[in-house]
Every structure is written in structure tokens, then in C-alpha cells.
Ligand binder design. Structure first.
Ligand SMILES: [Zn+2]
Length: 462
């Protein structure tokens, strides 16, 4: 009886696993610092350490943020800030005075300027960004080509090749040896959806037209050093970095303690190769493709699993089928380490059009999935996210946080380790051909693609 109870607990303790695009590679939960805990020389010492390890000086933020002037109001800020920054980490580098936001490079000290951006008065006219104008114009389109004039980017998450199943962990098997790779399912849905959207007049980019990674870097041999240095820049507010920084009593000790640190050395070690490739290089390649395409709408397609603790890759009969979407936000206390990370945060905080339109698009998509596929809206999405409205959560995911302003939805369509769903998706009755390769797929994935098409249509029309 005891054993049965334990097994049940194991089955029931599940956690949503798909959001492994989390922007930090090592997730650390820390309490935000208070100003009194930050010694005055922290910024100077941080700079010295970054220089010592040849981390390149970061670009000026002001140039890339200049377009954000007069977009956000004070009231808009108050509304969005709890979802963007629930731990209030931004108060250590931002100051709001006289309808202006002042950003600082020296976290917690606020003396070394970084950028300044004007907020908008309530009565002041607002010029809608181009992507928003395109979406508005499309409302006047004919019913035969309702998406004419719109540019839509689709990003099927992960890779679909069997060789990537183990490194990414994004696959599920049953007891008979049937395997479904999430990267394959995402790819099929994206390709079917592409055809759907093109038939309705849209110009569509899919980031991946095969089952390989999007990055062209040689996965086994690319040099790690550039990634390690960026990782170091993004670690400066992590407890291990701050503790080394503040415990050294001289310059010599400072360099010495960092050089000997196991945490620092691990950033530069081969053990990080797979993470740097999967969670950085490959995602950077997608971001670059999407930003160069300059879309009005972006849809990042994923399927989720609720993992069994005893075997995360197996079917889980206790999963309650649900769908959910993510918008940018829920920055962790140490996710403001680099100037670059803060720049992306500010961009989403101040670009009210992009954030609100992304929320609207996500709502249309998950509502359509709920109604057409008969599933619930997820009631939670893990500890690193907070609910913005039913089924939609804010989270600092790597790709959406780095995309240029547009309507962006990151959808976890369904749980594919729920047994019934697994076998529906596995029932491969159709095929499609892309660049000479044949890909089998199920009617279920066609249903998902049609549902996403209808969600986009509803969003554009209403
Ligand atoms: Zn995924």
C-alpha cells in the first residue's frame, strides 16, 4: 500500500518542461538585493573582472532605445510593471523623474548614466508602429485574401532530427518503442500553417525548413569563448559572482579568486557546449532570421510535457490536457546583469503596442485551441512565470525577449505526453514533401495548424 501510494505521488508530481528556452542557463532563485547591500565599488570591480576575462565592452543602449521615446505613459508603466518585473529588480538601475525614465549602468548606485527616454503625456498623440498599422489595414482586406499585406514569421521550436532528441531531451516514448520528437511536431505544424497562411495572402517565413538546427555553426567544434564571455556578462548579479567580488580584499585577490572559481571555469568548459549551442547559438540564429524578415506577427510554436519524475520522457496518464501562451516578462532578480539584458527589458516595458498586441494575439490563439480542440486553459506555467490573464503567463523567454517590436505569441499548443494525445499525433496518415524530403504527419497536427490559422484570422479581423 505504502509503495503504491509512493508511486502515485511520483506520477502526480509533474512539472511543465517545455520552457527550457529560459533566458538564464543556470536558474538561480535569489532575493533581490537592497541598496545597502551593494558596496559602492561593485560596479568598478565588475568592470575590471569583465575586462580581465576579455568580455567585450557592451554597446551603448541609448542608440537602440531612441525609438521608444513617448510610447509609454506613466499609467501604462504601472499596469505592465508587475508582469514584467515582479521582483522589482529594475528599481536598482531605473529612475523615473519628470516624465522621463533614466537608466544607469551601475546597478544599485545609480550614478553612471546609461540611457534616458521620455514618457508620453496622456493627451499626447501616439503614432502607431508600422506592424500595428499593417494589422489595422488588413482588417479592410477581402474575405478571399484576408491576410494580404501581412508578414508572418513562424518559429517551430527545437530540432526534429533523432540525433537531437537526447541533447535537447525534447521527445516522448511509449512502452512499445514509439517515439515522438517535439521538434518534429512543431516543424509539421509550422509547415502546414505556412501553407494555410500563404493561401490567405500572407507572406510567411519559417525559421526551419528541415529537421536540422537553424544555426550553421558546427555544433561539435565551434569555439566556446564568445558564449562564455557573454555568459560571464550575464552573471554579474548572480550570488557566486557577487560573493567573489565582495570578499576579495585586494586587486590580486580579486583576480585570483575569479581565476580559481569553479563556477567561472565551468563557463569556459566543454561541459557547456551543448547548452551554448541549443539555448544560445541556435536561438540567436532564429532571432536573427525573424528580425531581418521584419514581421508584423510572429508565432513561436511548441508542445509541452508534464514530466513524470521517474521518467520525464515517458507518457503520463495523469496529465490534464491544456494550452497556454507566454508574453515577455517575469524577469528574475539576476536577469538584469548585463546592459544588453536591461536593454531588452526596457524595450518591452516601454513598447506598449508590442506588449499589448502580443497579449491580444496570444488570447485569440489559445481561445481558438480551447474551443476547437476542446482543452482547458492552463492554470499555471511554473514558478518562473506569473499569470497575466487565464491561460497567458509572463516569462523571460530567450527568443521573444530579443525580437523587434511586433505581435509575438509563444504558444505551448498541447501536452504531447498525455497518452490519448500522443497516439493521435502518432497516427501518421498523410505526407508532405519539402525540398525533396517526405514528412509523414497525422490529421491531429493538421487540426492544430488549422486552429492556429483561425486564431490568427480572428486576431486580425477583430
Ligand atoms: Zn518546446
Amino acid at each position: 500500500m505504502m509503495k503504491l501510494a509512493m508511486t502515485l505521488i511520483l506520477f502526480l508530481i509533474v512539472f511543465s518542461s517545455c520552457g527550457k528556452q529560459k533566458s538564464t542557463l543556470l536558474i538561480e532563485s535569489v532575493k533581490p538585493l537592497t541598496t545597502t547591500e551593494i558596496p559602492q565599488d561593485t560596479f568598478a570591480k565588475t568592470r575590471e573582472i569583465l575586462q580581465h576575462f576579455n568580455a567585450q565592452e557592451e554597446e551603448e543602449s541609448q542608440i537602440s532605445l531612441k525609438d521608444l521615446g513617448n510610447l509609454q505613459t506613466n499609467e501604462g508603466l504601472i499596469k505592465v510593471l508587475p508582469f514584467m518585473d515582479p521582483k522589482s529588480g529594475s528599481k536598482f538601475f531605473l529612475n523615473i523623474k519628470n516624465k522621463k525614465i533614466f537608466g544607469y549602468q551601475d546597478y544599485g548606485i545609480l550614478k553612471e548614466p546609461d540611457f534616458q527616454i521620455s514618457l508620453r503625456d496622456n493627451g499626447q498623440t501616439l503614432h502607431a508602429p508600422v506592424f500595428y498599422q499593417h494589422i489595422q489595414s488588413a482588417k479592410l482586406n477581402s474575405t478571399t485574401l484576408p491576410l494580404l499585406g501581412l508578414r508572418i514569421a513562424l518559429d517551430p521550436g527545437h530540432m526534429g532530427d533523432k540525433e537531437w532528441d537526447r541533447p535537447t531531451g525534447k521527445y516522448i516514448h511509449d512502452d512499445s518503442g514509439n517515439i515522438l520528437s517535439e521538434g518534429y511536431i512543431n516543424f509539421i505544424v509550422a509547415q502546414l500553417l505556412k501553407n494555410n497562411l500563404e493561401n490567405l495572402g500572407a507572406e510567411v517565413l519559417v525559421t526551419r525548413n528541415n529537421l536540422h538546427p537553424v544555426s550553421k555553426l558546427p555544433a561539435r567544434t565551434f569555439p566556446l569563448i564568445k558564449f562564455a564571455r557573454t555568459e560571464l556578462q550575464e552573471s554579474t548579479l548572480k550570488p557566486w559572482f557577487l560573493s567573489l567580488l565582495n570578499n576579495a580584499s585586494s586587486r590580486e585577490m580579486l583576480y585570483d579568486s575569479f581565476e580559481k572559481s569553479a563556477r567561472l571555469r565551468s563557463l569556459f568548459s566543454e561541459s557547456r557546449r551543448s547548452d551554448y549551442f541549443i539555448l544560445r547559438a541556435d536561438l540567436d540564429a532564429r532571432i536573427d532570421l525573424i528580425n531581418r524578415f521584419n514581421p508584423d506577427i510572429t508565432l513561436i510554436i511548441h508542445f509541452d510535457t508534464a514530466d513524470r519524475l521517474d521518467d520525464p520522457q515517458s507518457l503520463n496518464p495523469y496529465v490534464i490536457q491544456a494550452t497556454k501562451g507566454f508574453v515577455v516578462g517575469s524577469y528574475g532578480a539576476n536577469e538584469f546583469s548585463s546592459r544588453n539584458q536591461r536593454k531588452f527589458f526596457i524595450r518591452h516595458l516601454l513598447d506598449s503596442y508590442s506588449w499589448q498586441t502580443s497579449l491580444d494575439l496570444s488570447r485569440y490563439l489559445i481561445t481558438e485551441i480551447k474551443n476547437k480542440l476542446g482543452v482547458k486553459l492552463a492554470s499555471s506555467a511554473g514558478p518562473e512565470s506569473i499569470e497575466v490573464e487565464p491561460g497567458i503567463f509572463s516569462r523571460n523567454l530567450y527568443v521573444p525577449s530579443r525580437l523587434s517590436p511586433s505581435a509575438v505569441a509563444y504558444i505551448e499548443c498541447l501536452f504531447y505526453n498525455e497518452p490519448k494525445e500522443f497516439y493521435r499525433i502518432l497516427n501518421l496518415t498523410d505526407t508532405m514533401a519539402i525540398n525533396g524530403h517526405t514528412y509523414p504527419y497525422s490529421n491531429r497536427l493538421k487540426q492544430v495548424a488549422n486552429t492556429l490559422r483561425d486564431g490568427i484570422l480572428n486576431f486580425v479581423r477583430k
